[in-house]
Design a binder for this molecule. Structure first.
Ligand SMILES: CCCCCC/C=C/CC(=O)SCCNC(=O)CCNC(=O)[C@H](O)C(C)(C)COP(=O)(O)OP(=O)(O)OC[C@H]1O[C@@H](n2cnc3c(N)ncnc32)[C@H](O)[C@@H]1OP(=O)(O)O
Length: 302
């Protein structure tokens, strides 16, 4: 791929993402008798975090209607809240789920990668990388409670988790459908999929941009369990309860051993990956494809 666009990559936002957001996580930690304890509910505008009834577990709910697209704001809030959970040693496991009925996440926010300038594309892509790295290498046990459609970036987010529970509703589908939009899933999306479902299945799924209905997703290994829609979150919590029985230290080292080489692939060339993305996404032909795809989505209603 030709590397033509050279852009300044703003680091301000993602090195200290909380500096650009009004931190609405009031009540995150309150000193009680000199000891910091977690309060009932925290999070931010688009990412709600609630401790579950089981000790050590939190539920992180994405609330970015209508479709939980991964806007820059949502990505930033996700990373901030994950970091807070990581730093609060009372938490060992997190369920990731959605507040948007019938949709886990529509993936990357197409309005962030369409009709903007190179500096914006660079800032946005850095935020996407950051989300992936933080989730993929998280020391916490992460379980995705997939309660709706889960295409592209939404699928990627779920693939970073340690376990996926999906609603058994044939209306929903999950997969990396980038080629259907005329774009190419980057190598670290591909690696995450290969690590989950294997090389041959990934090759086919990625080329064809397959969106798997739940039964097929289970067969191919993209999700680990299907349950009726109203049991997705409770099942995710009971899976976490089983994982909690494993000593954290041994599990964390094992997770790191399995995942670090894949993450290093991106860590070693983050800037090059951003330049690649910016030069690819800025092409007229790619912008036209994305505009047509967005127009088709918007027309669906009319
Ligand atoms: C080296 C280069 C590498 C490039 C790699 C780039 C990687 C990209 C990965 C991605 O994640 S790209 C995004 C891919 N996402 C999709 O294809 C999903 C598109 N959306 C849908 O299929 C559907 O919306 C849905 C999620 C199945 C939900 O369907 P539903 O019928 O419930 O809602 P809609 O009427 O379709 O949508 C409501 C509303 O939301 C807008 N919208 C939907 N998806 C997105 C999105 N991803 N980004 C921004 N906006 C989105 C849609 O246009 C509607 O808007 P309106 O204004 O209300 O009409």
């Amino acid at each position: 791929m030709a590397l033509t666009a050279v852009v300044r990559i703003p680091t301000r936002a993602l090195l200290r993402p909380w500096a650009r957001l009004r931190d609405s996580a009031l009540g995150w930690m309150e000193p009680v008798g000199g000891v910091e304890v977690s309060t009932q509910r925290f999070g931010s505008q688009r990412v709600l975090v609630e401790p579950a009834s089981a000790a050590g577990v939190a539920v992180m709910t994405f609330k970015n209607p209508p479709v939980n697209s991964l806007s820059l704001e949502l990505l930033t809030e996700l990373v901030i809240n994950l970091e807070k959970l990581e730093n609060d040693k009372t938490f060992r496991g997190v369920v990731l789920t959605s507040d948007c009925p019938g949709i886990f996440s529509a993936g990357l926010d197409l309005t962030e990668i369409c009709g903007r300038n190179p500096a914006h594309y660079a800032e946005y892509w850095k935020a996407v990388q950051e989300m992936w790295l933080r989730l993929y290498l998280s020391n916490l046990m992460l379980v995705a409670a997939i309660n709706g459609a889960c295409p592209a970036g939404g699928c990627l987010m779920s693939l970073t988790c340690d376990y996926r529970v999906m609603a058994d509703n044939p209306k929903y589908a999950i997969g990396l459908n980038e080629t259907l939009l005329g774009i190419v899933a980057p190598f670290w999306f591909k690696d995450t999929l290969v690590n989950t479902i294997g090389h041959r299945a990934s090759e086919r799924a990625l080329q064809l941009g397959l969106l798997f209905p739940p039964t097929e997703a289970l067969q191919v290994g993209m999700v680990d369990r299907l349950v009726p829609e109203d049991q997705v979150q409770s099942t995710a919590l009971s899976v976490l309860a089983q994982w909690m029985a494993i000593p954290d230290h041994a599990r964390q080292l094992t997770k790191n051993m399995m995942r670090k080489p894949t993450a290093d692939g991106l860590l070693k060339k983050r800037d090059e990956d951003i330049q690649n993305f910016v030069s690819f996404i800025s092409r007229d032909s790619i912008q036209k494809s994305l505009q047509m795809y967005l127009a088709k989505l918007r027309q669906k209603k009319g």
